[in-house]
Design a protein around this ligand. Structure first.
Ligand code: S3P
Length: 450
């Protein structure tokens, strides 16, 4: 455990670029590995999660090498993955493990997938259920937990699958398996989830149709067994990482932060809509489309925030941003209601419980409900409290970064119990924040941090 302290800051400002989008980075590696020939990926997130996916794909036969300014991937083609010699360890990465299952289930091989304690506690039946219908076989621990053995199908069958939860990971695992099935694989989702897989599949030459319904649902049809053509991919900055410096700017008191080249896929920007509704001064500049995704620069200026009720329909477009939104809500005037987000209980940690516990230790009025949080903010810096112990992050990167951002706007330093998991999605987080004027550092155990 490496405890970390974040000290109050009254002004932060500067221009930064955050690391590459995690979702796009996993998908760029997976599709490059399935293309025949050489792909190049620029802006890849070099966080532990993505590096774990790269390691697994190497074990399946793809060549993946970091060059000076890009990653080079020599793919083996759909159907060309080899049986791995050892267990595939995806570390903390739910996306890596679940999307990879789609590849494993659709190749005639046997593989064992595991991960760290957090990943081994997360539900995998949501993936194995449809992939079993496609011909894969799965043997897991009780409750569908990892480690899991996958025996891939000799002959993959396309399916017509309606996802039971709004999950881009489930959708993507089915579509990736469908690449090696004859005929059409169909995924129906009641609420649209991030569509990076669909767009990137097209970028690599697959035939994908997306039909949007009036009620926000989608039907995605993939025509199987294409030959994927190698491609160059430019990964945009991760809006889920940009969220931390943006909220920091809003609560610091003074200053302006610019985050350059952030991916602005409309199925990912729910946090921006919510913050603007709260009265945040956030502007998008330099908006453009790069390759197949919208990108832009985000400018956030300090100001006051008002509590809002976040519509449940917005949940999929900001699912990873609830922890940092809960921090923004603690500084807002009035009550912010965040409901319809039960999925937060099965992320890298139970994020509803972790945020409720940490905010309440910090003296914030927070109510934990089954499917979310209700936070009543102080309308500015919350009164100082004396913590008896560092804030528990439950080894969750986004919980850690959220409470470090809280410390910027607090009246006394905040200590968190462990910062190591931040490297899964945002390597260099503290250095980048300190470059903006924050004061985050490994905790001085003898100091007055708590
Ligand atoms: C992701 C989808 C989301 C998200 C995760 C990344 C993806 O998970 O929380 O961080 O890259 O597809 P679910 O699909 O479980 O909602």
């Amino acid at each position: 455990m490496i405890p970390f302290t974040s000290r109050p800051t009254t002004s932060i400002s500067g221009e930064i670029s955050v690391p590459g989008d995690k979702s796009a980075s996993h998908r760029a590696l997976l599709l490059s590995a399935l293309a025949v020939g050489r792909s190049r990926v620029r802006g890849l997130l070099e966080g532990d999660d993505v590096l774990a996916t790269a390691g697994a794909l190497r074990a399946l036969g793809a060549e993946i090498v970091r060059e000076a300014d890009h990653w080079r991937i020599d793919g083996v083609g759909i159907g060309g993955l080899e049986e791995p010699e050892n267990v595939l360890d995806l570390g903390n990465s739910g996306t890596g493990a679940r999307l990879l299952m789609g590849l494993l289930a659709s190749h005639p091989l046997t593989a064992v997938v595991t991960g760290d304690a957090s990943l081994r506690s997360r539900p995998m039946a949501r993936i194995s259920t449809p992939l079993d219908q496609m011909g894969g076989r799965f043997f897991s621990r009780a409750g569908g937990r990892l480690p899991m053995t996958v025996i891939g199908a000799e002959a993959v069958m396309g399916i017509d699958y309606t996802t039971p939860v709004a999950s881009a990971q489930v959708k993507s695992a089915v579509l990736l398996a469908g690449l090696n099935a004859p005929g059409t694989t169909i995924v129906r989702e009641a609420s649209a989830t991030r569509d990076h897989t669909e767009h990137m599949l097209r970028h690599f030459g697959a035939d994908v149709e997306i039909e949007a319904s009036a009620d926000g649902g989608r039907v995605i049809r993939l025509h199987g067994q294409p030959e994927l053509t190698p491609a160059d991919v430019q990964v945009p900055g991760d809006i889920s990482s940009a969220a931390f410096p943006l909220v920091a700017a809003l609560i610091a008191g003074e200053g302006e932060v610019v985050v350059r080249d952030v991916g602005l896929n409309p199925l990912r920007t729910g946090l921006l809509d919510t913050l603007v509704e709260m009265g945040a001064d956030i502007e998008i500049t330099n908006a453009r489309t790069r390759q197949f995704e919208p990108v832009g620069d985000l400018v956030a200026r300090a100001g006051s925030l008002q509590g809002v009720t976040v519509p449940a329909a917005r949940v999929p477009s900001m699912i990873d941003e609830y922890p940092i939104l809960a921090v923004a809500a603690a500084f807002a005037k009035g009550t912010t209601v965040m409901r319809g987000a039960r999925e937060l209980r099965v992320k890298e940690s139970d994020r509803i419980a972790a945020m409720a516990r940490g905010l309440s230790a910090l003296g914030v009025a927070v109510e934990e409900v089954e499917d979310g949080l209700i936070v009543t903010g102080a309308g500015g810096r919350p009164p100082p409290v004396r913590l008896n112990a560092p804030i528990a992050t439950d080894h969750d990167h986004r919980i850690a970064m959220s409470f470090l951002v809280f410390g910027i706007g607090a009246r006394a330093p905040i200590e968190i119990d462990d910062c190591r998991m931040i490297d899964t999605s945002f390597p260099g987080f503290a250095a980048m924040m300190n470059g903006l004027g924050c004061d985050m550092a490994e905790a001085d155990r003898g100091g007055a941090a708590v």
